[in-house]
Design a protein around this ligand. Structure first.
Ligand code: FMN
Length: 187
């Protein structure tokens, strides 16, 4: 296949989207979308977030050293879009209705609507040129009770129905196309 070269400006990271939940100083919750997000592993699973500029989420993470990452499924996309396009630095984000509780391991807000939520504590913060990179240990996972019979070694993404982001659009996934190691029977 012929390739063309492009400036490294058009990068996209099409992993499922997450709403990052943090506690404001007055014990109210704040949520925002972070898509510069990745996973890492070192003696347990970790999440990595890159937050640019000044954001309520960044201020809260620096103070509390913890956050939740709430998987966004397609039925929550407009609530997520609201949280990702308004800032808690201006006013409390309460223009759309939502329910939450506090985490079991960390005082981080957990969105009722999210089917898969990580409770994280920050283990390293790296200051970049205007952005901050947070490496955080996943301390606990809260999943929707309806998923309790799912085989956790073969997580069924169709049931989680995650939203995928590619600038500046939201996509859903289509369907399972096969299993690990199936290449042998697919030759
Ligand atoms: C789809 C989408 C993806 C985003 N990804 C990031 C990101 O990876 N890093 C970041 O710093 N901001 C990102 N943002 C911007 C923040 O969500 C936005 O600035 C938000 O208003 C911050 O809210 P806060 O000030 O209450 O934390 C994204 C926004 C959208 C809509």
């Amino acid at each position: 296949m012929d390739k063309i070269n492009m400036k490294p400006a058009w990068v996209f990271s099409p992993q499922p989207m997450y709403l990052i939940g943090t506690k404001n100083e007055d014990d109210t919750p704040n949520f925002c979308i972070i898509t510069w997000l990745g996973f890492s592993f070192d003696n347990g699973p970790h999440l990595m977030l890159t937050i640019g500029g000044s954001k309520q989420t960044k201020t809260n993470i620096m103070r509390e050293q913890s956050f939740s990452a709430n998987l966004i499924s397609t039925d929550m996309i407009w609530l997520a879009d609201y949280f990702g396009t308004t800032t808690g630095e201006e006013k409390l984000k309460n223009d759309m209705s939502f329910h939450y509780s506090w985490g079991n391991h960390r005082k981080v807000p957990i969105l009722d609507q999210s089917k898969w939520v990580y409770e994280c504590s920050v283990s390293k913060t790296i200051e970049l040129e205007g952005s901050h990179l947070f490496l955080a240990r996943i301390e606990n996972i809260q999943i929707d009770k309806s998923l309790e019979d799912m085989n956790m070694e073969m997580i069924d993404l169709e049931k989680l129905d995650p939203v995928i982001y590619a600038p500046y659009n939201y996509f859903s996934i289509d369907k399972r196309i096969g299993g690990c190691g199936e290449w042998r029977s697919q030759r």
